[in-house]
Design a protein around this ligand. Structure first.
Ligand SMILES: [Zn+2]
Length: 309
């Protein structure tokens, strides 16, 4: 009988370690000090994924209000995919994340445990004291105050074992302490409920956006009502036919839903609502100052392209 070498790798548990905390709470430095030299370990940072998501959506530094949540959501999703991929390659993962909310952590943990067996999930929560925070601010010349940072940090729901963590550590300055609070199983159900509502809402919004895009696309080829706001002429024709007949009308001229001239080939721009508004000191539409006809035109424009079908 020969000795068979035991494959230790198969028995070894891989670990995913989250480092969470507010802005400037020392996450990156902590990772450098404690994890950068670990073998068989990949370090991922949510910040990289957020930048990529902004870029993909076509934004630089300034993200329009309402779009940021979607980008962050996408970044979280992409990061999760990579975490799972690395774990499946039998490597450990260290993740720099914000994950303030229990529900976000639960979503991650559920997905990871579903995809990878025999895994240990740990979290370190950065809880710097005011003096350490002050030092960070000065060091990085940040334009913020301790009050602002700690208010931000108060938004963190401290992780609970019921979320599915094997180990939870509180990091106060250089002091790492295991902190396993009493389990709160009720947070899991409410998190699942919130997550599924959220996913549902995002799906609906995406479907609506898709429908809108399809409708706008169809306006290039389908016939629709062209209504001259000056002489009242109406024609149910395609955009190409209208263009050939001299109409000024979206999608060839102007944009559906935005004020611009809506005229037939016979009429000219100076009798349009658009022209009138442009002559005002402040070029905005004030409904109370419009004639009955102008109001009709304005309401039709606002509801385009549906108002033309
Ligand atoms: Zn006309």
């Amino acid at each position: 009988m020969t000795d068979q070498p035991i494959n230790n790798d198969a028995l070894k548990k891989t670990t995913v370690t989250f480092i969470i905390g507010a802005t400037a709470s020392g996450k990156t430095t902590f990772i450098q000090n404690h994890f950068s030299n670990k073998r068989n370990t990949v370090i991922l940072n949510v910040y990289d994924y957020q930048q990529a998501a902004y870029k993909e959506a076509g934004f630089g530094k300034h993200i329009p209000f309402g779009r940021e949540f979607k980008c962050l959501y996408k970044a979280n999703e992409n990061l999760l995919v990579d975490i799972i991929r690395v774990l499946q390659e039998n490597k450990n993962v260290v993740v720099e994340q914000t994950l303030y909310k229990a529900k976000r952590r639960i979503a991650y943990i559920d997905a990871i445990r579903n995809a990878v067996e025999n895994i240990s999930i740990e979290v370190y929560v950065m809880c710097p004291s005011d003096s350490v925070w002050e030092a960070y601010i000065n060091e990085r010349k940040l334009n913020t105050s301790i009050q602002r940072l700690s208010a931000n940090a108060n938004g963190i729901e401290f992780p609970n074992p019921s979320e599915g963590f094997d180990k939870i550590y509180e990091v106060i300055n250089n002091n790492i302490k295991l902190r396993m609070d009493a389990p709160k199983p009720e947070i899991v159900d409410s998190a699942h409920k919130e997550l599924s509502d959220e996913a549902q809402q995002i799906k609906q919004e995406e479907e609506k956006a898709k429908e809108r895009l399809d409708l706008l696309e169809s306006m290039n080829s389908r016939p629709f009502w062209h209504c001259c706001e000056c002489c009242g002429k109406k024609a149910f024709i395609t955009a190409k036919e209208a263009f050939d007949d001299g109409w000024d009308y979206p999608p060839q001229m102007g944009i559906f839903g935005l004020l611009g001239p809506r005229t037939c080939g016979e009429c000219d721009i100076t009798s349009t609502l658009y022209w009138k508004v442009q002559q005002q000191a402040l070029p905005i539409v004030v409904e109370s100052m419009l004639t009955k006809e102008e109001l009709k035109t304005w309401r039709r424009i606002k509801k385009e392209p549906e108002s033309l079908l």
